[in-house]
Design a protein around this ligand. Structure first.
Ligand code: HPA
Length: 257
């Protein structure tokens, strides 16, 4: 679906799609543009499309064909490209494992905090390179409160039950966690675990982008539930992404106006 053009598309809202949302059925594609940034190439072309009557940019976090593992994603290029496209609001879709009892597979939440357990990723634009500035960016609200509220309002308008909050643990992947690792995350207060939430949220903060996440649980984290984790992931990815699309179809017209 990629056609090359030097012109970066322009839109106010972007959706970064993850596992289960690598493509967006129903998105009427206007253009698909391969973009270069000072940090290299984003995961995929920026796809500008129309959904629910408004224009938005869609970026497949794991690349076309879902091939890029969480630790190898060029998060800096992804966020930089969205900023260059004039985006102000970034909605990140994340398929996660459930740690907290209140957040069962199939549930949706809009997390309100994050702990980064990942390592070795290019996680900042303040990298000491020539011309880069040293910025100690504030991260008291890793997920923009106004954007979070828009997502929660959109869920309500779409009659999709969504939890409000929860701390996201971000692990390195691509392997899943051991039960002891999950016990530690639980003790740390994490309600869910994914592999891509950081450095994405931190880089968005550095660029001054409003960033929020729609997290969908697709399994009980290892050691919490019983049964085949991959079977759970397959089932819940297939059945839950319709909820995400319903929320986005209500949120985008508000955010793009
Ligand atoms: N752990 C980490 N990342 C995940 C999981 C999990 O259990 N499920 C979906 N993404």
């Amino acid at each position: 679906m990629s056609t090359s053009s030097p012109q970066i598309p322009n839109a106010k809202v972007a959706v970064i799609g993850g596992t289960g949302m690598n493509q967006w059925p129903g998105l009427a594609i206007i253009e698909s543009v391969v973009v270069e940034t000072p940090y290299g190439a984003p995961s995929a072309p920026l796809v500008k499309g129309r959904i629910a009557g408004v224009e938005a940019i869609f970026l497949a976090r794991h690349g076309e064909g879902h091939k890029i593992p969480p630790h190898a994603i060029n998060y800096r290029a992804n966020l930089w490209a969205l900023k260059a496209a004039g985006v102000q609001n970034v909605i990140a879709i994340a398929a996660v494992g459930s740690i907290a009892e209140w957040f069962a597979p199939g549930d949706v939440t809009v997390p309100d905090d994050v702990i980064d357990y990942s390592w070795g990723r290019e996680h900042s634009y303040s990298d000491g390179s020539i011309g880069s500035e040293l910025k100690h960016v504030e991260f008291e609200h890793p997920y923009a409160p106004v954007l979070r509220k828009s997502l929660l309002d959109a869920a309500q308008a779409a009659a999709v039950a969504a939890h409000d909050g929860g701390t996201m643990a971000v692990t390195q992947g691509p392997r899943l966690e051991s039960p002891a690792e999950i016990r530690r995350l639980k003790q740390d207060g994490c309600a869910m675990v994914g592999m891509t939430g950081m450095p994405e949220a931190g880089l968005a903060a550095e660029l001054g982008l409003a960033y929020a996440c729609l997290a969908v649980s697709v399994n009980w984290a290892p050691g919490i539930g019983s049964g085949d984790i991959h079977g759970q992931i397959e089932l819940w990815v297939a059945t839950s992404m319709a909820k995400v699309r319903a929320i986005l179809e209500r949120a985008l017209p508000v955010l793009a106006s």
